[in-house]
Write a protein that binds this ligand. Sequence first.
Ligand code: ADP
Length: 570
Amino acid sequence: MSTLDPVISSGAELIASTLKTQGVEVIFGIVGIPVVEVAEACVSAGIRFIGFRNEQSAAYAASVYGFLSGRPGVCLSVGGPGVVHALAGLLNSKINCWPLVLLSGSCDTDQVDKGAFQELDQVEACRQYCKYAARPSSVEQIPFVIEKALRTAFYGRPGATYVDLPADFIQYPIRNKQVLESIQVPKVANPPKSMADQSNINQAVELLKNAKNPLIVIGKGAAYARAEKEIGQLVEKTKAPFLPTPMGKGVLSDTHPLCVSAARSKALKEADVVLLIGARLNWILHFGDSPRWSPNVKFIQIDIAPEELGNNKYTLPLLGDIQLVVSQLSHAIGNLPHLNSTYVSGLLDKVKVNAEKIKQSGSKGSDDAILNYQTAFSVIKNTLPEKDIVYVSEGANTMDIGRSFFDVSEPRHRLDAGTGATMGVGMGYAIGAQSYYGSSKRVVSIVGDSAFGFSAMELETAIRSKLPLLIIVINNNGIYHGLTDDEYQASQNDGTLPTTALSPETRYEMISQACGGKGWFVKNRVELAAAVKEALDAKDQTCVINVLIAPGGRSKLDFAWMQKESKARL
Ligand code: ADP
């Protein structure tokens, strides 16, 4: 049992003391009536408060902080519209299975249904995105509800929870200290872990041992579970090739000799037994369907959520915590006697060929030529250090093409639009990640111009919070594809401006400069390389590099995940 601060004199201080005793170190949010007192009390209690410009980004920051830290991220907002903005973060947490607690102010309890200031039935509004949503029934009950919200967010499958904080509870003067003494709140321990049913482990081992073309898929659940050591041992023992999902990248290094990311299509098509480790058979993995996968493929799935097992395809279920279940498998398995060496060498040859193609695509054109995605990424990759960079990636082409350019060698070092394909997460993620990692890492956010526009004003948040983010905006004047200045002017004149077009050559770097950060506007390789070097040297400053690339015009949209027919990605 942990004790609350004995000098508490208000509901706001009770909330702050509860959060502090529960180990909350940082809160992302926006203050306003009635939560200013809560934020102030939290700061006085020694909790860092990062004040945003829109609750949406604050909630994204808190959700990603939950993913990175393995404990619930906390977001604070006002009621009504503040909650509605923060719903985006609740959905993001739910859909990615990341722990998040949203705390929001609400109207006085005796004003409910009277049309009170920013009144909304927030518990009801949040419920469908949350594992738990509640309003404490009294001031004394606040610590219990907060404890339950924190615990529920990261026990079992991680997700979002909500706590409603009525204004009269926040302002409530606590005079009777005996009441405080009677509140005994347990401090939430790390989640208990369970192993899989041994008979299912035996079946999985049998399947893997008989596999000719096994494949291990490492998902972001494995990154969340901090199972890098266990998965490394399993790969070492089995010598099976592995494929990380976009945020599973780095659990084992992309440069590992058995990583087949660059031969993804071939690996999916040829695998006969697939071990899914913290990855769902959703759109990202083409629902497990042929022709992307072999029609006869057999799946084994490790997941903490029983209801996930069997979604879209039958999977041999290994229900439990990834660290423990992967260890169970490792203990029971040796080498894979039927592993087809031609399958493995075929994949590794393809990896080499495709890696070379990627390299070539990045070196085309002269130094002063207008950049494209490939040439820009190639310069950025060659200029950034190999370690201690946390990548944030969002945008359609920027994220899709960028994924193959930037190798990730450490777990939880790559964040992107995720299961929700959510545009606008970038600034929130970058701020959340930089506050989690501190000065040991540099967050480099490589984002499309459209994606950046969703939350560009959070640059001011980063600068005020002294977070040295490096934001690289890949600017093609539009969503998917943009227009050149001439095309744009002509379309404006004749009324045919595509819905995907954005204003040409928008000077995004100036937003950074206007807020006190640094900014560069670059149009070719030499300028880009120089800007990245200067930004890396500006270790304490928020930097934006606005990289103008060829706009792409009215070309057809084509993303690998959209294709129903099998088609090589490279
Ligand atoms: P990806 O997008 O990388 O394919 P998903 O988000 O689809 O990954 O899947 C992650 C899965 O990991 C979820 O189904 C979640 O329940 C599961 N998961 C999260 N933490 C753990 C854990 N500690 N042990 C087992 N499974 C986990």
